[in-house]
Design a protein around this ligand. Structure first.
Ligand code: GLU
Length: 489
């Protein structure tokens, strides 16, 4: 009988979501969703001093933003609850007891000083630092007595001789000499368990069938496999996803650009562009198609197709994808996605934007070709929300307006003429305006530069007749009056 497909991600709540974790989450989720498997979210908060509740909340929130859902987890529960590692400590300690009984783990009384000296001596001899097995041969009964008497100790895993081989779904056959694997610490002096120990306990107890995780964990895999063997438990299949690399082909770091998912969200990257981009890090739909939906992704994804070479992170491509996704949105979708940014910029509150929804969509529609990120919108539309008598004039716009001979007189005459015009039909108004200019022997810029400055304060931007339709006759008149005064000074 084949084992049911169960995959998981196990983030440590010690910060925000790194792009690597976001990709790992997407790949696990797709592996489960494309094959009727189960996707588990487990919080790995073994490092109590660095784990925080805020970080856990932020991680869940970030994953939800990506559009990922999980079948079992700390918030939704499930048959293998609890899903927070710290709440499983009794289970971990029980496994540790079993391992001591079987002789696969032993108590180590070496103190920090001895380990430090050992390490220094090995480093001086240019050897890889490792535990020398000093307590390996202690009589277990004697060791138990010393522990009982309160002597501080750790618990180490007894690595057997031989080698460990496994078939990685991405990298193929991988072999490690067990001699390279230290007798590693399972329980620290304070009794707290370490990652390599608990991850095996939890993956086994939660019946995880496939572990898809970043390549940085490859070194941990032999330790974990040896533990499965000692416990006589079947081990999951492993797949190590290629590292995300910076443009210099070194591990992607903050120096290359932001590596936190939250930053991309805050900067107004369309969510689906980020998802699409992350999917391309080590995987391809068909080697040609770069833009695909999450449905196409989950349908086609198989971790066996992931490449093992590191994936160079192309920030320009992400920006390009952002623009493509943004422009594919309908005006209504785009407006919806821009609301939080407009609110955060202090231009309007949500109620106002909801009340003027149809108007807001038209405003957004005017700018859609000029922005690549939602966050670029507020600066471009701030003028609509400005008080009519104090629109901020960009120095370049103001200079251009003042440079036009007779700018103030032209604006005065136009304002007078405009009072009797219908502003709701931008094209028709544009035509009548051109005729008006021709009658007076004026060139277009003579009017348009001062007019744009008075209405928007910007040197460039959307069609002025569209702007007037959106501002409405009262605001247009008030802005022209203010412009005549301000540009006349
Ligand atoms: N807590 C580990 C991490 O965030 C999980 C590693 C694993 O998937 O085994 O890197």
């Amino acid at each position: 009988m084949t084992q049911p497909l169960r995959v998981r991600i196990a983030p440590s709540p010690t910060g925000s979501i790194h792009l690597g974790l976001a990709r790992t989450a997407l790949f696990n989720w797709a592996q489960a969703r494309g094959r009727g498997g189960t996707f588990v979210l487990r919080i790995e908060d073994t490092d109590r001093s660095r784990s925080t509740a805020e970080s856990e909340t932020a991680i869940l929130e970030g994953l939800r933003w990506l559009g990922i859902d999980w079948d079992e987890g700390p918030d939704v529960g499930g048959p293998y609850a609890p899903y927070r590692q710290s709440e499983r400590i009794e289970r971990h300690l029980e496994v540790a007891r079993q391992l001591v009984e079987r002789g696969d783990a032993y108590r180590c009384f070496c103190d920090a000083d001895r380990l430090r000296e050992l390490r220094a001596a090995q480093e001086a001899r240019k050897e890889t630092p490792r535990y020398d097995g000093h307590c390996r041969t202690l009589d277990p009964a004697e060791a138990a007595r010393r522990a009982q008497a309160g002597e501080p100790h750790t618990l180490r895993f007894r690595v057997p001789a031989g080698e460990t081989t496994f078939d990685d779904l991405v990298r193929g056959k991988v072999t490690f000499a067990n001699a390279e694997v230290d007798d590693w610490v399972m329980l620290r002096q304070d009794g707290s368990p370490t990652y390599n120990f608990v991850v095996v306990c939890d993956d086994a107890q939660m019946r995880i069938s496939h572990v898809l995780r970043g390549e940085e964990h490859l070194v941990n895999t032999p330790k974990q496999l040896l533990l499965y063997q000692a416990l006589e438990l079947p081990s999951p299949r492993f797949a190590h996803l290629p590292l995300l690399l910076g443009p210099n082909r070194k591990k992607l770091s903050k120096r290359d650009g932001s590596v936190s998912l939250e930053d991309y969200r805050a900067q107004g990257y369309p969510r689906d562009a980020v998802v699409n981009f992350l999917c391309l890090q080590g995987w391809a739909l068909d080697g040609e198609t770069e833009i695909f939906s999450r449905e196409e992704f989950t349908r086609a994804f198989d971790v066996r197709d992931v490449s093992k070479g590191g994936s160079v992170f192309d920030f320009d491509k992400l920006a390009w994808l952002a623009g493509e996704y943004l422009r594919a949105e309908s005006d209504a979708e785009l407006a919806e996605h821009c609301v939080p940014f407009v609110v955060a910029a202090g231009l309007a509150d949500e109620e106002e934007l909801a009340r003027r929804r149809e108007w807001f969509e038209r405003v957004v529609a005017q700018e859609r070709e000029r922005i690549r990120l939602y966050s670029e919108l507020p600066a471009r539309i701030a003028f609509y929300f400005a008080p009519d008598d104090s629109v901020v004039y960009d120095p370049k716009a103001e200079k251009g307006a003042r440079k036009r001979e007779g700018a103030v007189q032209t604006l005065e005459a136009y304002r007078e003429w405009l009072a009797g015009q219908d502003l709701t039909e931008p094209e028709a108004l544009g035509e009548r305006t051109r005729a008006w200019l021709a009658e007076r022997g004026l060139k277009l810029p003579a009017l348009f530069q001062p007019l744009r400055c008075a209405l928007t304060g910007l040197p460039g931007g959307p069609d002025l007749f569209q702007v007037m339709a959106l501002l409405g006759p009262e605001a247009v008149d008030a802005r022209l009056a203010a412009g005549i005064e301000r540009l006349g000074e």
